[in-house]
Design a protein around this ligand. Structure first.
Ligand code: KG4
Ligand code: ZN
Length: 342
């Protein structure tokens, strides 16, 4: 008999279900993406997201069991995303998990979506997970978050955050403005590959704070990008060379802001510093960022953990894995969905 934990993720626009063994081995990780359903609106429509989760969740759970050659009796516990996220979407996952847990007589562990991302770089091998180091720095860069965490086992301390927009949101909003389809991050990356950064033509000032803040800020870059795009008539259906160069410069500016703050954070951490730095979240799928991150690690002589691309964007394997880190699943009645988690 197998002993697996069932992971359920429905916080945004991906319905995902995973089965993990206790050592972190991912037996199956299924994702039903709703991107096509939301694309006509240029962003996620919460009502549609909830309805799609309702439709896909249970069939996905059944498929996961089939793919893993597992049966209901192999499932020991359930890890479900309790927040943060779209409340209607979260409720579908939490209520579904509660129903299953009641029916099966098994406990639930509620997982913070961000913790899912934070540990995801250690899910990178097929087979057992990479052992977690005693301490690591995690950069969570997604559509909803940009923050750096100091992680010691189950103790997660936030070091900084974004003051305004998240990095992924900035990719998405500027992409939408120039007429590229949702989600914008991968589209901008694709265009940028054909172009060359040109900061003289497309200037993006690095945001500076008067205080000594370590926080990220992306709204200034977003505003500058929209202004510059308008001035140069940058459009998805316009001149392709201009579009490609604009995207390359814009992508560079977003990544430069990330490293500017990471450098500040790193210099302020007292020795002994963490031996590993990890990136996670949808934007961690960006190829240019991944390369620069690995180079940053070499310069600083430390291990950089970059998640497999399939574990960067939202997925249930990372939720089940975070559930395993948290341990002690409990009474299904005590799990509550929260759109915001402090
Ligand atoms: O982690 P995720 O799936 O959802 C949130 O929790 O937000 O991240 C989605 C975000 C979107 O903003 C998307 O544009 C961005 O990740 N993204 C990328 C890339 N792939 C996804 N951004 C830049 N480059 C990429 N290759
Ligand atoms: Zn996410």
């Amino acid at each position: 008999m197998l002993h697996v934990i069932l992971g359920i993720e429905t916080s945004c626009d991906e319905t995902s279900v995973a089965l993990l063994e206790r050592d972190g081995n991912v037996r199956v990780n299924l994702i039903a993406s709703q991107i096509e359903r939301h694309r006509p609106f240029g962003g996620v429509v919460p009502e549609i997201a909830s309805r799609e989760h309702l439709q896909h969740l249970f069939p996905l759970v059944e498929r996961a069991l089939g793919d893993a050659h597992a049966s209901w009796s192999d499932v020991d516990s359930i890890a479900v995303t309790a927040g943060p996220g779209l409340i209607g979407a979260l409720l579908v996952g939490v209520a579904g998990a509660q129903g299953l847990a009641y029916g099966l007589g098994i406990p639930i562990v509620a997982v913070n979506h961000l913790e899912g991302h934070i540990y995801s770089p250690y899910l990178q091998r097929e087979g057992a997970a990479t052992p977690l180091p005693p301490r690591f720095l995690a950069l969570v860069i997604s559509g909803g978050h940009s923050a750096i965490y100091d992680v010691r086992g189950r103790d997660v301390k936030q070091i900084n955050r974004t003051r305004d927009d998240a990095i992924g949101e900035t990719f998405d909003k500027v992409a939408k403005f120039i007429g590229l389809p949702y989600p914008g991050g991968p589209q901008i990356e694709k265009q940028a590959r054909e172009g060359k950064a040109d900061v003289r033509r497309f200037p993006f000032p690095m945001p500076q704070f008067k205080d000594e803040s370590l926080d990220f800020s992306y709204s200034g870059i977003k505003a500058a990008a929209i202004r510059v795009a308008r001035e140069h008539d940058v459009r998805a259906d316009g001149d392709s060379a201009t579009l490609a160069d604009f995207c390359a410069t814009f992508q560079d500016a977003l990544i430069a802001q990330l490293f500017d703050r990471l450098d500040s954070v790193w210099s302020r951490i007292d020795a002994p510093k963490p031996a590993e730095v990890a990136i996670a979240g949808g934007v961690a799928a960006n190829g240019v960022l991944r390369e620069r991150m690995l180079a940053w690690g070499e310069t600083h002589e430390l291990v950089v953990r970059v998640p497999e691309k399939r574990y960067c964007t939202d997925n249930a394997a990372m939720i089940a894995f975070a559930g395993l880190q948290k341990g002690s699943p409990g009474d299904p009645r005590r799990v509550a969905a929260r759109s915001r988690i402090a």
